[in-house]
Design a protein around this ligand. Structure first.
Ligand code: AGP
Length: 580
């Protein structure tokens, strides 16, 4: 996820771009850049670093011109550095552009362009788009035709804004990445998100996938890929800046929960090929991770053992050096959203010293574990600001499923999540019943057990209520003594091979007076509980984790906010835990 902004009008573009980028920094912050058109020449300034330092050291606002584009980057292809920062340009500078998304066929396109004499300076997929447009302009006198032809050659996701040296226009396109147009008086804007344009206009036109816009001083031409004009209603938005940065949501956590439909899609586009090659060479896999990432690891272990018939252990990273004995036959699979978790770094170091090979799964390009592991997979979830991991959990799972089922079409995951997100409002009432409880229990079996653990972790970390998860079968071995009148028990009982035994567990806790909330798509079990939360049904039971986790994320979010807490910044916790 990156932040894009574009402007064309009568004002100084660099000031508008600079202000817009500042508000989009939450979308990416490893490098920043702008390009401004002035009398058929483009002034391009970019550098690695946070917005404040780069924009002042390169004096962004001194760039002159009335049209320009800007970008704040969250690396997906290539480490954060000046060379990989956007905007990207052809060497001749005829096409300069910014992009958000992942171009899946960029390697093939790059090879083809190299064979036609193009030379590249970055590792990014974006630079390829600039060259492609430039190449297509050689055979198309109409720039729009060349732009559309190039878009048709791309597979993957994109929001693109291109600036051409010889034209006072912005060429804009969107597919599976957000892009909104802003309409002012004789001035026009485009950006990944409304905050970038707040204060400049209140009238917006969100673009749909497959739409193209050409912005000039005269107005906006909106069309489909066949150049048919598109007419649609504008929307009026009167948000303040704080609300706008959170996409209109009161908290980043809620925004990030709602983003999952798109973030999993970007994760499913992740390049897993070389990691998969290494995985296939090993029979003994040690998965190391902490917190939420550990829960993703539990699911990975289950799938590795039951589907790929590999021997897998999942070990909490801080315990690894005490309990494991890796050797040269071991493959260590380190999962860490931040890539900076000290416990993971230390255990990875320990395993490497013993001769183990390693794969890192992370969200952060250039993070410490990527420099240690033999292979790295980037989950492409975009920045997660809320301390509680939400979208990065489903992204970890999406990548894990891609590794286990490389030949399978997994696009159904996006649909399951989109359906599950629709139940947001329904979850509120269940949250109300949990506000003032001392302890809340979560139970599940099989693949639902790691999800029960993740539900309990989410709840305890942001609502400060005691929450614990158990495998359903384990209750009778101790925890059942804690169940008495009114104690909430969240029962994860999807319609899979665990349903029969989970029904038994539900009866067990109900008989002791528990306030049982069952998460199920099984009508039979629904009627047996105090309350039931709907779960989206799936054709393959292995996909239930995706439909079970969304209601649990909502539940913890609502309990936290109803208790008057800030879920984005839970006490005593940090997003990245860099101490052991
Ligand atoms: C999850 O909501 C937590 N914030 C925490 O458990 C987190 O998952 C853990 O600290 C691991 O972080 P990592 O994935 O960045 O290594």
């Amino acid at each position: 996820m990156c932040g894009i902004v574009g402007y064309i009008g009568k004002s100084n573009a660099s000031e508008i771009l600079t202000e817009g980028l500042k508000r989009l920094e939450y979308r990416g912050y490893d490098s920043v850049g702008i390009a401004v058109l002035n009398n058929n020449s483009i002034d391009l300034r970019k550098e690695k670093g946070m917005f404040n330092e780069v924009s002042s050291s390169l004096n962004f606002v001194s760039a002159e011109g009335n049209a320009g584009i800007g970008h704040t980057r969250w690396a997906t292809h290539g480490v954060p550095c000046k060379r990989n920062a956007h905007p990207h340009s052809t060497p001749e500078g005829d096409v300069v552009l910014v992009h958000n998304g992942v171009i899946e066929n960029f390697s093939e396109l790059k090879q083809e362009l190299i064979s036609k004499g193009h030379t590249f300076e970055s590792d990014t997929d974006t630079e390829v788009i600039a060259h492609l447009i430039s190449e297509n302009m050689k055979s198309n006198s109409d720039t729009l035709d060349a732009f559309i032809k190039s878009l048709k050659q791309l597979s993957g996701s994109y929001a693109i804004v291109a600036l051409l040296k010889k034209e006072n226009k912005l060429y804009v396109a969107k597919k599976n990445s957000p892009l909104v147009l802003g309409l002012g008086e004789n001035e026009y804007f485009c950006a990944s998100d409304i905050p970038a344009m707040i204060g400049k206009t209140k009238t917006f036109l969100p673009m749909k996938d497959g739409e193209i816009a050409v912005l000039s001083g005269e107005g906006v031409l909106l069309m489909d890929m066949d150049k048919n004009g598109v007419k649609k209603e504008t929307i009026e938005v009167d948000w303040d800046i704080e609300k706008a940065e959170k996409g209109g949501y009161p908290h980043f956590m809620l925004k990030e929960i709602m983003e999952q439909e798109h973030s999993v899609q970007d994760s499913l586009s992740a390049d897993v090929s070389s990691a998969l090659e290494l995985l296939n060479k090993h029979e003994k896999i040690d998965i190391i991770a902490c917190g939420t990432s550990y829960h993703a690891g539990l699911i990975f272990k289950y799938l590795l053992e039951t589907r790929l018939k590999k021997k897998a252990d999942v070990i909490i990273a801080s315990e690894y050096s005490y309990s494991a004995s890796p050797d040269s036959e071991t493959l260590v699979f380190a999962i860490s959203q931040s890539g900076e978790t000290a416990d993971v770094i230390q255990s990875l170091k320990f395993a490497k010293e013993k001769g183990a090979k390693s794969i890192a799964l992370t969200n952060i390009v250039g993070s410490s574990i990527t420099r240690m592991a033999d292979k790295t997979i980037f989950m492409n979830a975009g920045p997660e600001i809320g301390v509680a991991a939400t979208k990065t959990f489903t992204s970890q799972l999406a990548v894990i499923y891609k590794l286990v089922f490389p030949e399978r079409d997994l696009s159904i995951i996006k649909k399951i999540i989109a359906e599950s997100l629709k139940n947001k409002e329904k979850i509120k009432e269940y949250a109300e019943n949990m506000l003032n409880k001392n302890s809340i229990f979560f139970i599940g079996r099989g693949l639902s057990y790691p999800i029960a653990r993740e539900g309990a972790l989410k709840l305890k970390e942001i609502s400060y209520l005691h929450a614990e998860a158990y495998p359903g079968g384990e209750l009778k071995h101790g925890p059942l003594s804690l169940i008495e009148e009114g104690v909430p028990v969240v029962v994860l009982s999807p319609n899979d091979n665990t349903a029969g035994k989970m029904m038994g567990n539900l009866k067990e806790v109900s008989a002791r007076g528990a306030y049982s909330v069952v998460l199920t798509d099984n009508k039979q079990i629904e009627g047996q509980a105090s309350a039931s939360i709907p779960v989206v049904s799936v054709d393959d039971p292995l996909l239930y984790p995706f439909s079970l986790i969304i209601p649990l994320q909502f539940l913890s979010y609502y309990v936290s906010t109803m208790r008057g807490l800030d879920p984005d910044k839970p006490r005593n916790l940090a997003k990245s835990v860099t101490v052991e």
